[in-house]
Structure formats: structure tokens, C-alpha cells
Design a protein around this ligand. Structure first.
Ligand code: GUN
Ligand code: ZN
Length: 431
């Protein structure tokens, strides 16, 4: 149950719109130091400078940074088991590490425990909402929704579709997969804060017939999401070229099947061309940039500026277990460094916007989350500025808010998280 009437004090930071690329003082940054967020039930009722009246229980986080709960737009629930697996690039990493781990989720109890571990881990890392891959298993997908639902979390997920080029124990078929999707949609799409994402793993592991089935589901209910991977590594792109010789590009495999729409989120998109970017922009689809994954697997350097200038929505994501941390601050720090290698500079504002309001807008959920505003769900995170005298010293020398917030996320991580609030409920800290 959510606590009924309470108010949280702290230094509030969120966005009223998308900050312009490269601008360190854009008007869309909303900085409200020493303010109160008033929470009634599951929602934010008001945000104000004056202390609330006596009917509001006060929770003091004065001097701490208060952000909307962070939103991870691409992560794999079963892949905590393969974090930091040594020695491989994408395609071998899938075969050597990931598929064996996901195969263990055929066991119901393993899947249940894994789902609970994953959901709690997200919250401990400051992530209060996610667009997540499950495994190929229907039961494991139920377990993931159940675990998130129990926390009141916004969870968008789906059973992975893959009917070829995977071990036999992980392979589904078009008809069986369609029936499983329909059962899961019926049970979970719109239940509490759960929503269904049709989830073809990536083009190499689905036949054209399976991709066509996925598109049929989307046509029947446009409120469904679509998540997949596109153009992550060069070897993968080459494989797709061989498997789909008729397609103009990797993205075109999906586009020509009817899988590109406003609620489509593709992870990566490193190796796209101009025409692909126009197609993504016209569909209003999203790229989930996954910086620690791209570095860890050696997939390539995502040109965020190029996608941005082409009008493509870009969010940031962990892509655990290709990514090395569920914490989105760590991923933003990596994103900055990737842009630096490309000769670009990612501001703290573009970075944080991409895991708060920008992510909520990409998911068509900005009325519900991504900002600290009356009427939104009370999904809130509270952070210390530092846990270390060196960082504290550096922050004390910051000239202005951008410099301070930038150094905070470059040097920070989940250890700075003091509290996570999901739909008005303070998540208990473990251990
Ligand atoms: N491409 C297909 N499956 C996966 C996956 O599990 N992780 C990543 N990073 N890329 C993929
Ligand atoms: Zn992924």
C-alpha cells in the first residue's frame, strides 16, 4: 500500500521539454531547490516551495538531489546472470553466454526468482520503469510481469520471439508463439502499470513469417509496443544482409514487415544509414542507445548527434547483460565518453532528459511519468551528491548547475541512491 499523505523535501530537478543539443543553460531545465513534493496515494498532488501543513507527514531529504524515477528503455531481465562475461563479441556472446543462461528460465522457479531479483535490482539502481526483454518462455514472462506488478512498477515487456538460429531448447514456432503472445496480452496489457511489447529478438532469429505475425499483432492493437535490436554490430549487419538479400537495409527488414510504428523501440542502431534515420523519424520510433553494452561488446560508437539532427528520438538504456551496469548514471557517463570519441559533447541535460522525460515521451507515457508534476505517478528518486571526499571537493568547486550535475553523474553511481519511490510507495532498502 502507498503511504497516504506525505511530502518529500529536497532539490528538485526535471525537464519541461527537450533541451537543445549542446546547450548548458537551456530553458527546459527545471531546477527547484529546497522544494516539497506532496504525494497522495500513488500520485504527486503538488510541488511547492512552502512547507506543507500538518496533515502531511514530512520526509526530509534537504540538500539531496530529487529526480523523477529513471526509465530504462532497453534491458534484459534474465541477463543479470551474464553480466561481465569475458571474451566475446555480440554473436559469440549470445551463443556462449546468453542463450545458456536464458535456457535456465524454462524452469518456473528459476524464472520466478530471477524476475524478483531483477525487479528489485532495477529499483536499487534508481530505475523505476523499464522496457524489458523476458525470455522465449511464456511462464517466465508471466513471472516478470507479476514481480513488477507487485511493486507497482511500470513494466513493458514481452515473450521473446525466436524461431531459428538459436538452440533447440530456446526455439519457438510461429503459431505457438502467436498463441502465447495473445494469452500474455490478454492477461497483462493494461493490467496495473504493465503493458505488452511484441518482442522479436532480432532479425536473424526470426523467419519472415514470424516477423509478419508480430506485425499482425501490432496492427490489431496499436497500443502494443514493439521492441527489438537493430544494427548493433557489423558482423550482425552482414549476417542480416545474407539472410534477407531482398531488403534494402537491416532496418528495412523490420519496416517492410510493418514493425515500425510510434511505439517501436530498437536497441542500438549504430550501423544505420541516412535513409534508415528518415524512416525512423517518420515513424516516430525510438533508438535506445546502450553505451556500456556497445563498449563492452565492442559493437561500435553510436553517433547520437547524427540521429538527433535527423530527428530520431534517442533514449539511453543499460542493455544489461551486454551492458555492464543497471545504473543509468553509469550508462550516461559512458554515453558522454562515446560522444567525446566522436568529437561531440553530450550535456548533462541531454543525458538526463534521455532517461526521464525523453524516455517517458518515447513510450507515450509522459502524462504518467518522467517529471515531477501534479497528476503524475509518484515515481521519484533521491540521490546524495557524493559518497567520497574527492567528489565532494570537486562538486564544491563547480561553477554553476550544469557543471555540478555533470560531475555528479560522471562520478556517481547507484551507491548515491538514498530512496526510490514507486507509485507513492517508498521502496524498502535491503541489507
Ligand atoms: N541482439 C540479439 N539479442 C541480443 C541481446 O540479448 N543483447 C544484445 N546486446 N544484443 C542482442
Ligand atoms: Zn539488448
Amino acid at each position: 500500500m502507498a503511504d497516504d499523505n506525505w511530502a518529500l523535501r529536497g532539490d528538485l530537478l526535471d525537464f519541461t521539454g527537450e533541451p537543445a543539443w549542446g546547450q548548458t543553460q537551456p530553458p527546459e531545465v527545471r531546477w527547484r531547490p529546497d522544494h516539497w513534493v506532496l504525494v497522495r496515494g500513488r500520485h504527486i498532488e503538488a510541488v511547492q516551495a512552502e512547507p506543507p501543513g500538518p496533515e502531511w507527514r514530512r520526509v526530509e531529504h534537504g540538500g539531496r538531489l530529487v529526480l523523477p524515477g529513471l526509465i530504462d528503455t532497453h534491458v534484459h531481465a534474465p541477463q543479470l546472470d551474464v553480466l561481465a562475461s569475458y571474451g566475446t563479441e555480440l554473436l559469440d556472446w549470445l551463443n556462449d553466454h546468453t542463450f545458456p543462461a536464458e535456457a535456465r528460465y524454462a524452469d518456473e522457479r528459476t524464472a520466478q526468482l530471477g524476475a524478483q531479483r531483477f525487479v528489485k535490482a532495477l529499483l536499487r539502481h534508481g530505475t523505476t520503469a523499464a522496457l524489458a526483454f523476458s525470455t522465449v518462455h511464456e511462464q517466465a514472462t508471466h513471472a516478470l510481469f507479476e514481480a513488477a506488478h507487485a511493486q507497482g512498477m511500470r513494466m513493458i515487456s514481452g515473450k521473446v520471439l525466436m524461431n531459428r538460429h538459436v538452440p533447440a531448447t530456446l526455439q519457438d514456432d510461429v503459431q505457438g508463439a502467436e498463441q502465447a503472445c495473445r494469452r500474455l496480452i490478454e492477461r497483462w496489457h493494461g493490467t496495473g502499470r504493465c503493458a505488452y511489447a511484441v518482442t522479436p529478438r532480432f532479425a536473424p532469429t526470426s523467419t519472415q513469417a514470424q516477423l509478419t505475425m508480430a506485425a499482425k499483432l501490432l496492427r490489431e492493437d496499436p497500443s502494443l509496443y514493439l521492441q527489438s535490436h537493430v544494427a548493433e554490430s557489423q558482423a550482425e549487419v552482414q549476417w542480416v544482409r545474407e539472410l534477407f538479400p531482398q531488403a534494402r537495409s537491416y532496418l528495412d527488414v523490420y519496416a517492410s514487415c510493418g514493425l515500425l510504428h510510434r511505439r517501436t523501440v530498437f536497441a542500438h542502431g549504430i550501423w544505420l544509414d541516412d535513409e534508415d534515420r528518415v524512416q525512423l523519424r517518420d515513424a516516430g520510433a525510438t533508438l535506445a542507445h546502450s553505451p556500456t553494452s556497445n563498449l563492452f561488446l565492442g559493437s561500435g560508437l553510436f553517433n547520437w548527434r547524427q540521429a538527433h539532427d535527423a530527428g530520431v528520438r534517442v533514449c539511453s538504456a543499460s542493455d544489461v547483460g551486454g551492458g555492464t551496469s543497471l545504473n543509468l548514471l553509469r550508462n550516461l557517463a559512458a554515453a558522454y565518453q562515446i560522444q567525446a570519441l566522436l568529437g561531440e559533447r553530450l550535456t548533462a541535460w541531454s543525458a538526463l532528459h534521455s532517461v526521464t522525460l525523453g524516455a517517458a515521451q518515447a513510450l507515450c507515457l509522459d502524462g504518467e511519468m518522467g517529471r515531477l508534476e501534479p497528476g503524475c505517478a509518484a515515481d521519484i528518486t533521491v540521490w546524495d551528491w557524493s559518497h567520497d571526499p574527492v567528489v565532494q571537493h570537486r562538486l564544491s568547486l563547480a561553477r554553476g548547475l550544469h557543471e555540478r550535475v555533470f560531475a555528479w553523474f560522471m562520478l556517481g553511481d547507484e551507491r548515491l541512491l538514498r530512496a526510490a519511490v514507486v507509485a507513492g510507495r517508498v521502496v524498502p532498502r535491503e541489507g
